[in-house]
Design a protein around this ligand. Structure first.
Ligand SMILES: [Mn+2]
Length: 272
């Protein structure tokens, strides 16, 4: 029996060591849904072009998603910039998974949302790819440090999840105004289309908020914060912070070191 009407996920980054596949599996197990939307950067082809990390848990994530599609649940895949190779396949159905460039989802209470990854609204990735690469590099480093930090915190019995990358992002937010600009332009796009809001990903910053009468929703990510958006049967949208919930239960082994495949991205920038 579905527990929620819809599940919205983005930025899983399968194929990288940072991908928190085990936590995602837990989340999926506890959230059967009528429809599942995968809103971009699900598979990280950028990173995989250099070094591939494909764990058993990541394999299981793919199998679970395909299984959902096979068993009558609607699964829609909207490619992002890290899996942009799949944009060539928009309009095609793969093993019951629909691949589309963007999608309009109507909630149970009749609101219409544009589903799109969001790199289209990111002026940095669009026009200054090298800046995005530098940003990515710093971000990956923070995620890696945080991986060890949170393990240390668990070992010391400190409860709760504290994200270094999240902290740093909050700090630089005012300096760059990057997130603000992104949210504004995504919402603007939905408004122009006559919709009630937008559900996107890309910036790894989960939120549900009102922007000028429209609802701006971001799914977050599964490399750092472990967040998802769910739609309940009455149409209410909820941000699920699985990272916070799971950290209270997981007193696991030390994390494996993360190899950050930066060279691949740098190469790509040279070519761009
Ligand atoms: Mn992206």
């Amino acid at each position: 029996m579905p527990k929620v009407r819809s599940v919205f996920l983005s930025d899983i980054h399968l194929g990288t060591r940072a991908c928190q596949a085990e936590r995602l599996l837990e989340f999926l197990r506890e959230h059967p849904a009528e429809q599942t939307y995968l809103i971009g950067d699900i598979i990280d082809f950028w990173a995989m072009s250099r070094s591939i990390c494909w764990s058993q848990a990541q394999n299981t994530v793919v199998q679970k998603l395909l299984r959902r599609a096979r068993h009558g649940e609607r699964v829609v895949f909207i490619p992002g910039n890290h899996d942009e190779a799949l944009r060539d396949y928009c309009g095609i159905v793969f093993g019951d998974v629909e691949v589309v460039d963007e999608f309009v989802h109507e909630t149970a209470d009749g609101r219409r949302f544009l589903l799109i990854h969001g790199d289209q609204f990111d002026q940095v990735t669009r026009h200054h790819r090298w800046v995005a690469v530098l940003g990515d590099k710093a971000y990956d480093l923070l995620v890696r440090i945080n991986h060890w930090l949170s393990w240390g915190r668990r070992k010391l019995g400190i409860s709760g999840y504290w994200s270094l990358a999240g902290y740093a992002k909050r700090k630089v937010k005012t300096a760059l105004n990057f997130i603000f600009d992104f949210e504004e332009s995504a919402t603007h796009h939905a408004r122009e289309r006559g919709l009630d809001g937008v559900i996107c990903g890309h910036i790894h910053w989960a939120t549900i908020r009102d922007i000028g009468g429209l609802t701006y929703v971001n799914c977050g990510d599964w490399v750092d914060s472990c967040t998802a958006i769910v739609e309940h049967f009455d149409g209410r949208l909820e941000l699920v912070n699985w990272g916070e919930r799971a950290s209270q239960r997981l007193l696991a082994a030390p994390p494996a070191p993360i190899e950050v495949p930066l060279a691949a991205r740098l190469e790509e920038t040279m070519e761009a």
